[in-house]
Design a binder for this molecule. Sequence first.
Ligand code: ZN
Length: 235
Amino acid sequence: MKKTNQTNRSKQYREDDQAGKRHANSAGCGCPQEHSFSPQAPASKPDLAQAFLPTRFGSFKILVFPVDACKDTIVLVKGEVNGAKGVLTRVHSQCFTGDVFCSMRCDCRAQLEKSLQMVEKNGTGIIVYLMQEGRGIGLANKIRAYALQEKGLDTIEANKALGLPVDSRDYAQVAFVLKKLGVKSIRLITNNPEKIYGLKKLGINVQARVPIIMPKNKFNAKYLKTKKEKMGHLL
Ligand SMILES: [Zn+2]
């Protein structure tokens, strides 16, 4: 009896694993890691989810535009943005190590916190949180790139050594979200001219750039230098 239960369990694990693989393949979510879980049955037509979200930096409305388990687009909105022009907007790319663990290898969390403060102070604005870890290469690859950076490579060289793109972010979801919210034009909080170019290419009216310069530390100085010298960031 016990053996039968174990056999059933292993069979179930195998099926779960296969279901995970099917999800990764059929959803085409672009997530570089293979899923090892069975996704819950999706709603036939997933709806926008929204609620009030008080934070340490102020109160916002949180909206989740369901795309896929790996690619949901998360948006914080402050004030009335429908029909508004020059809306203060941050398009923040997910950085698990920085945003969650307060990593000092980059300036992501500091930028996210500062953006929340800026939007709160402004009284109106939007934070789009893009689930595209490591500029689109995924968390495991980002950590592999970190390991190469510990051997002296910079962030660009490390990605290239791994055969990965330096920046494979896709801003289509940003265009979709801003259209849904009825935003006419934005003032983008960024140091990255490429991001402005990427958004403009999708028809987003970027009225102005709002710089966001965070203090350096001994762990992120080289990374910020590379962003400035090789990636054209205005630091
Ligand atoms: Zn980061």
